[in-house]
Ligand binder design. Structure first.
Ligand SMILES: [Fe+2]
Ligand SMILES: [Fe+2]
Length: 324
């Protein structure tokens, strides 16, 4: 059994990839790291260890007071086991939406790899990534199953629209990797924040998050280096179109990844004024969405995708912040 990483793994090195060989060296390093450091859910997670069993009434699932919902008087006035179940429901919903996003992502990666020429270094890395995402999907679904709760993922209409995502690489591989960052960065942002909040977490949640953060660091790194290598070489009109599409995709993705779980709201009959105060008219919720795409926003600016026109789209999507 490979123990989960003991600390929140550092982000991968972010390098300038001025020339083709620097870029290829990064891909080779990421491929090698995928062989040296990876985890398998049914080998490396002791699901049946008594300490790892999931009890919805476990107080460790309770939301902290600093949380938008956790600090709300409505939540605080619920009995302890209801507070715990709501917390668990939210963790499990994030995992369910995460595994649905990663399902679309895997299909997109395979569509991308299908057309790669012999000898392309991206082929091997993209297969490593697809395999790791396969493990993440099993790990997240096993967690959801063990909660015993009727967890739902993306709302139906959204899920129907999302089915176009795997086909984006056929139109633009650059836009596809913006979509990838649009899903991976907000998940990573939230998981890192949870692990750093100084509270005692359930060991199963903690193990899953540490494994996920460690492997996602490579995926995020690949997407960023891919864009760094490709965007400067794009014809001006395609770069212009990417500049327009990027903030739309990122704004939609961040909202999908951080959306309030509708099934949970219904199940616990959370009053609409509470939902609106916590999720809609809440500056902290808006800041969270803006912050969760911060690293991708900086990358887009660095790649010349932000100008007076596209900045208006970033603002309209609620994800713009002036560079610090
Ligand atoms: Fe993943
Ligand atoms: Fe990933």
């Amino acid at each position: 059994m490979t123990p989960a990483p003991s600390s929140t793994a550092a982000r991968e090195r972010d390098e300038r990839v001025a020339n083709r060989s620097a870029y290829e060296a990064v891909i080779e390093r990421l491929s090698k790291a995928s062989v040296d450091k990876h985890w398998e859910p049914y080998r490396d997670i002791p699901w049946d260890d008594p300490e790892f069993l999931v009890d919805p009434a476990d107080p460790r699932w309770e939301l902290p007071e600093v949380d938008k919902l956790g600090g709300h008087p409505w939540y605080r006035s619920r009995p302890p086991e209801v507070r715990a179940t709501i917390g668990l429901w939210r963790v499990a919903t994030a995992m369910k939406i995460g595994l649905q996003f990663e399902n679309l992502l895997k299909r997109g990666l395979l569509n991308y790899a299908y057309r790669l020429p012999n000898g392309a270094p991206e082929f091997r890395y993209v297969y490593h990534e697809t395999i790791e995402e396969g493990h993440h999907g099993m790990m997240f679904q096993e967690f959801v199953n063990r909660t015993g709760l009727p967890i739902r993922g993306m709302p139906g209409p959204l899920s129907a629209v999302a089915q176009v995502a795997p086909w984006i690489p056929l139109i633009s591989t650059e836009l596809f990797f913006v979509f990838v960052l649009g899903g991976e960065d907000p998940i990573d942002h939230v998981q890192r924040k949870v692990l750093k909040d100084g509270r005692a977490h359930h060991p199963l949640e903690e193990t899953i998050m540490r494994i996920h953060i460690a492997e996602e660091a490579r995926h995020i790194s690949f997407a960023r280096h891919y864009l760094r290598n490709r965007v400067p070489r794009m014809p001006a009109y395609r770069r212009f179109m990417l500049g327009i599409a990027a903030p739309i995709v990122l704004g939609v993705m961040a909202r999908i990844m951080l959306a309030p779980p509708l099934a949970m709201i219904k199940h616990f009959r959370i009053p609409s004024n509470v939902v609106s105060e916590v999720y809609l008219r809440n500056t902290a919720a808006k800041n969270e969405i803006r912050e969760s795409v911060g690293k991708t926003r900086e990358l887009c600016a660095e790649l010349g995708l932000v100008n007076a026109l596209t900045r208006r789209i970033w603002r309209a999507m609620g994800i713009w912040a002036d560079p610090r």
